[in-house]
Design a protein around this ligand. Structure first.
Ligand code: ATP
Length: 236
């Protein structure tokens, strides 16, 4: 699914956070969104997901405008969002948290939902083992897996991921990135916000660097000069 942002602006009250972002993610591409703390990366993802409404600009999926739709409406168009805080619901079991993913695809039958759950459990045996356990009792890494698995239940065509490796041990980070690589291989378009730039660049086709709400650099993940320019930009 192709994502196009044209001159997107987002405000929180009077604070002008996202300031004229143009961005394209082609179908099946992983695009890294990098920048120092507080430059507006999370706000940009929330704007695409419809958690925050842009004050100006256009967001299109395969040419069709989605800015202005509710977050539910955007989700039902195949956009999955894994937020930084993971949003594992307290008091719900692992399986109940996963079942929330069914809300993204309301047209499915019970049998289709069960089959989707089976596929998730086959991919994440640890979540199956712990399916009756309260989601918030899982380790940080398992909660990140659960958050990823919950959006995968809905087979998103565009995935927005905010700092998936934050606070996790290197081995778990490798697991998370293996999942991102699998999703990419399956044709999912991915927008990836990450402080761990080196790790993220390994899966990124392209990247943008954001500063004070605007794109200040864009480049190709595999290009060494582009990587050096990126490191210089975000180290400033
Ligand atoms: N709900 C909100 N209301 C008002 N201001 C906000 C809100 N959320 C974020 N901000 C402010 O918007 C700016 C951008 O925040 P945002 O989280 O988008 O940045 P970020 O680049 O993702 O940073 P980080 O890496 O720290 O998450 C910050 O100055 C932040 O304080």
């Amino acid at each position: 699914m192709m994502l196009t942002l044209t001159d997107i602006h987002t405000h929180y009250g009077l604070s002008h956070i996202v300031r004229g972002v143009d961005l394209v993610a082609e179908a099946g591409e992983v695009v890294g969104v990098f920048g120092r703390n507080g430059v507006g990366k999370t706000t940009l993802l929330k704007t695409i997901a419809g958690w925050v409404r842009p004050s100006a600009g256009e967001i299109r999926l395969d040419g069709e405008r989605i800015d202005g739709l509710s977050s539910d409406g955007i989700c039902r168009r195949g956009v999955g969002f894994v937020p930084e805080d993971r949003r594992i619901f307290p008091g719900l079991s692992v399986e109940e948290n996963l079942a929330l993913g069914f809300l993204q695809v309301p047209g499915r039958s019970g049998a289709q939902n069960r089959a989707a759950l089976e596929r998730i459990y086959a991919r994440f045996p640890r979540l199956m083992e712990r399916r009756r356990q309260t989601g918030t009792t899982l380790s940080g890494g398992e909660q990140q897996m659960l958050a990823m698995a919950r959006v995968m239940v809905g087979a998103p065509r565009l995935l927005l991921v905010d700092e998936p490796s934050e606070g996790l041990a290197p081995m778990i980070v490798a697991d998370i990135y293996a999942i991102i690589a699998e999703l990419k291989a399956s044709g999912c378009t991915i927008l990836l916000v990450e402080q761990n730039v080196t790790q993220a660049l390994a899966v990124c086709d392209r990247f943008v660097a954001i500063d004070r709400g605007a794109v200040v650099l864009s480049g190709t993940g595999g290009s060494e000069p582009d990587r050096i320019a990126l490191m210089n930009t975000i180290a400033l």
